[in-house]
Design a protein around this ligand. Sequence first.
Ligand code: GDP
Length: 442
Amino acid sequence: MVFEGLSEKLQNLMKKIKGQARITEKDVKEMMREVKLALLEADVNFKVVKEFINTISERAVGSEVLESLTPGQQVVKIVHEELIRLMGSTPAKITFSPAPPTVYMMVGLQGSGKTTTSGKLANLLRKDGKKPLLVACDVYRPAAVKQLQVVGSQLNIPVFEMGTGQDPVDIARKAVEHAKSMQFDVVIIDTAGRLHVDAELMEELKRIKQSVKPHEILLVVDAMTGQDAVNVAGSFNDQLGIDGIILTKLDGDTRGGAALSTKAVTGKPIKFVGMGEKLNDLEPFYPDRMASRILGMGDVLSLIEKAQEAFDEKKALELEKKMRSQQFTLDDFLEQMQQLKKMGPLSQVLSMLPGMDAKALKGIDMDDKQMARTLAIIQSMTPQERANPSILNASRRQRIARGSGTSVTDVNRLLKQFEEVQKMIKALQGKKGSRWMKGLGG
Ligand code: GDP
């Protein structure tokens, strides 16, 4: 998971300091040394780290902390606030032109995820009620045009292309004319990429920019490339001028440095983050939520949003009622697992809950095969057993295993998981979870 190393280190530090009744300047200094190391290890830009540490140190030895009754908590609050500020304070929304169509120009190096992200963005905007048109302006690789067409057909979103024999500037201009006459309100231009920033490419991009005057130029960068991502962002911004950044592959094992450095280095905000290869794995970027996630304060808001998208509201209300009256059965459990799966890998979903230990979640993900097995086991039970699995004795468990083509171990494992989920539901009904439950209820 992104930020895993940084998160773990900072969380340990914060835990240590949180309860401290007295904090001296020396304590702050020591702590800052460790924060600094953690950030550098996470591949955060060196200059950014230095400034970040200076700001926090200054604030942490100020009266705000030292004279406070809860100095430890004050320090945590400051680190949280400064992390948010580092990533841009408020979410940077994508903007629309008052005179449609709004033209977005997607730029970035080859392999950064530009084509995929063009599709994801079109998909996201369509969910928002817009009518998008994708435009294939990478004329150097025939495969690139084809790739965008595949993405377009998967999403059922039209793609404007003129093959590879034309000047991309002409293609872009004609696409915008086409969009105007066909009443598209969003045009997303997928431009060519190179392996490195090169002058020829920049010239071409500048020409497209001049010709179609895009409302926003969005730079797609690969979070996995760390410091390089930051350098690339700097070059594109200096040479072409960009309006926002889309950071892709944040679902991977990246250390996360790019997410923490690009805003400070380029002055341009991250607008979206790519969280997977699928065409709905694009999310708006929220600095506050990301900071909370890094510090292990949980990312309840993102979770609620995901839940609202994936869950049927009526069903969620029904479910909430059942949970409250403790009538949560194995049938509900199965439905829940299927619903949760829609939101993404279970481990990712659960790791957004406050207090969840990312390590303990390893191995919880169910693949389709396991899901099918679970389904078979539950279907081999009687309705009474599904409502109250505690009545299952050893011989019934054996029968069920045989009936579902699984083993007694599989059956026992499922029952154990069900028990765990029941426990989690009870806990969620407590103070912490009430907001989460409301989120599920819509
Ligand atoms: P382009 O050369 O910049 O157009 O890049 P592509 O759109 O072809 O993407 C390159 C690779 O990155 C593809 O295999 C994509 O599936 C993958 N990719 C793009 N965005 C993401 C993301 O957010 N997460 C993950 N895991 N993979 C991504």
